[in-house]
Design a protein around this ligand. Sequence first.
Ligand SMILES: [Zn+2]
Length: 107
Amino acid sequence: MVLSAEETKMVLSAEEKKKRIISDFKSYGLVHPDLDALYETYLQTECCAVCKKVFETSYERCIDRDHETGLFRQVICRSCARNFVMRTYHSAKSSPKPDVCFQYISK
Ligand SMILES: [Zn+2]
């Protein structure tokens, strides 16, 4: 297959974008056995795993991870990510780790 100059540029920028996002994953301390596969999941997730809001821009996609182990849990929207952080922060001392995420996963 021969790519036109324009197509080559698109492939390269997609590769660049992928590299950048995967390096972001790493900088968040995210743990996943296959970051390439995780990247695909990230791109293909169309709505928040918690509130089901459809992502309109890739900016709204957030990776939810276990804050102790760094393990990936799911792709959620920015406002749910913020709620999780708030809830974790406020209840960390008084109750077991809040985990709406696990409720969702085990359904
Ligand atoms: Zn959400």
